[in-house]
Design a binder for this molecule. Structure first.
Ligand code: GDP
Length: 419
């Protein structure tokens, strides 16, 4: 397995695909930018008012491309992979996110409910801070208790967003440009459509965290029906969480698992119609986020996990959690590359094509003018040749006439003399 024992990313993590693609497309845009700059300079130098080689439209176009390319490069630096977590309150969304981040970043548990959207993203700073929607001042947070206090001290609507900027050096997923979004429980929100419009339209992957002790609820299903109506074929994973709780009833475990598996696969395949049956098996997992978090937080302190915290069969559940992460990473990086970069690629192609056509216009206008001048010269030359010939003929004629006149005069003079 490419996942290391303590859950750290290996250098071959599928998430690297996104970083590599981002670097490549950024390099291409650096080239496009210098091509557009050079073309702009060339056009400006060629476009003397008296030469009349370039239309005002074409000259403007290239200037606009310059801004457009810079705009795309700016967006590229901000492009990240986004995963949004949904589920009913207390199903374990915050715990799943913490387990994936390998650290207790989000407050979770009794006494705390996330009543607004909370985004976790990486920062290059060495200290964590939070940003609250509507306020530009970042607040420093040292630990989770402070964070919980900070979150509960601000009164926010359920659709507002608090961003936790967490040091990238502490977490490989954040280093690889993944952004996590935790949501208020879908059982309590009044305006799901507004949520989706505001927080979900740019999500690459959705994770539905359900409680393995109960069946998939209608509220959970309804939410994804709405997502699916707004986004064509969203990438949905379903985590049947709290699977450790079933360990106390091992005789029922297999049967319950088969029931849940069948229902969730049917939901994804037949109701939502987002995957086929074969793919659906890589979208449904039975995990214990609590155990995964305990083991990973413990792995960082390099002390063994006290077994009393883990229930029988925990290795299997940890393995399943790592398996989920692997499939999730493959899915999110592939989807983000397609959705984020396909648009940039076609914009880049369009810009290059248009600049090329402006340059070709300039070239053909210059060529036409050269042709016209050539024609003008050759016509003038012909006229000159003709005039010269005429002059020659004329001068021959005049010479002859003068000769005759001279002879005539000569003759007349001699006659006069004789007389
Ligand atoms: P959220 O409201 O969906 O974000 O849920 P939380 O992550 O805050 O979890 C609610 C409670 O369930 C907390 O006390 C967690 O410790 C607990 N919990 C979360 N995941 C598991 C799990 O896999 N197994 C068990 N036994 N408890 C869990």
């Amino acid at each position: 397995t490419r996942k290391l024992a303590n859950g750290r990313q290996s250098p071959t993590s599928p998430l690297k695909l996104f970083g590599q693609a981002k670097k490549k497309i950024n390099d291409i845009f650096v080239e496009i930018s210098s091509y557009v700059t050079e073309s702009g300079e060339f056009l400006e130098a060629s476009n003397k008012p008296e030469s009349d080689l370039l239309s005002a439209d074409d000259a403007d176009k290239v200037k606009q491309f310059f801004d457009k390319v810079n705009g795309i490069r700016e967006i590229l630096t901000r492009d990240r992979m986004k995963v949004a977590f949904f589920g009913r309150t207390s199903n374990g969304k915050s715990t799943v996110i913490n387990a994936m981040l390998k650290s207790k970043i989000l407050p979770s548990g009794i006494g705390h409910t996330t009543n607004c959207f909370v985004q976790v993203e990486g920062t290059d700073n060495s200290d964590a801070y939070i940003l609250v929607e509507g306020s530009t001042a970042p607040r420093n947070v040292q630990d989770i208790r402070q964070l919980a206090n900070a979150l509960s001290s601000v009164k926010l609507d359920s659709d507002s967003l608090v961003t936790i900027c967490w040091p990238k050096e502490k977490c490989s997923l954040l280093r690889d440009d993944v952004v996590f979004v935790d949501s208020p429980g879908i059982d309590v929100s009044p305006n799901l459509d507004h949520w989706i419009d505001k927080h979900c339209l740019d999500a690459d992957v959705f994770v539905l965290v359900v409680n393995a002790e109960s069946t998939l609820m209608q509220t959970e299903k309804n939410f994804f029906h709405r997502v699916s109506a707004k986004l064509s074929k969203p990438n949905v994973f379903i985590l049947n969480n709290r699977w450790d709780c079933s360990a106390s009833e091992p005789e029922m475990m297999e049967e319950v698992k088969m029931q849940h598996l069948e229902r969730t696969i049917q939901f994804l395949v037949e109701e939502l119609n987002v995957v086929d049956r074969f793919q659906a098996e890589d979208r449904v997992f039975f995990v214990s986020a609590r155990e995964a978090l305990i083991c990973r937080a413990q792995a960082d302190t390099r002390t063994p996990t006290p077994n009393s915290n883990l229930l029988e069969g925990f290795q299997g559940r940890l393995f399943e959690f790592a398996n989920f992460e692997r499939k999730f990473e493959e899915c999110i990086s592939k989807s983000a590359v397609q959705t984020k970069f396909a648009q940039h690629t076609s914009n880049g192609k369009e810009i290059i094509t248009q600049v090329k056509s402006v340059m070709e216009n300039l070239y053909s206008t210059a060529n036409n003018k050269r042709e016209q001048r050539h024609q003008f010269f050759s016509e003038t030359q012909d006229q000159l040749d003709y005039t010269e010939k005429q002059m020659r003929l004329l001068s021959e004629d005049i010479k002859e006439k003068i000769k005759l006149m001279v002879e005539e005069v000569d003759r007349k003079v001699s006659t006069a003399l004789v007389e």
